[in-house]
Design a protein around this ligand. Sequence first.
Ligand code: G3P
Length: 218
Amino acid sequence: MKLFLDTANLEEVRKGVSYGIVDGVTTNPTLVQKEGSDFRSRVGELCELVKGPVSAEVISLNAEEMVAEARELAEIHEHVVVKIPMIPEGVRAVKKLSTLGIKTNVTLVFSAVQALLAAKAGATYVSPFIGRLDDISSTGMALVEEIIEVFSNYDFSTEVIVASVRHPMHVLEAAMLGADIVTLPFAVLEKLFGHPLTEKGLERFLEDWKKYQASQKH
Ligand code: G3P
């Protein structure tokens, strides 16, 4: 399973990449707005850091304008994946972009039939938003399961990016379902490392090692 960071923050990406376990980055207008930097140059910087796909979102709402925006974004760097909203015009744009060889990530996916349409149009990735479904008393991970089943029934090559991840259990459940990718906020990535028994165990080993060293001096 690939892990992407869902952020536009350079420091977070730099740190994540230094662990050797980050395969890509996803951004969205909200995450870019938080950073307050120039959008195009930030996308370029993220692409240089991560050595993998970096999703950057269009803001147009009609297919022709989305395609024009996507062409400009794709020129920034070979790692750019163009994020397109799951609306009818978006699906039209994805179809066109797939014929142009521009990679796409269809975002704001909340049903398996939306994912099916995106895959049929040739999307490289689809992004079901799990946390936002959980927020409205729906089971986000059930959507991931449905999408994986639909895609495997028809041998689509579109990869599933589990997005809107809020906690480590989302990562575990996605991995158990065999999702291709999870994109996660940096804070969730950090939580994946920890376990109280690991910390306690390490503390004990180090204390015992000190005792051992002291015993060797006599
Ligand atoms: O990048 C898309 C998605 O991951 C956003 O997550 O937490 O705003 O629902 P969230």
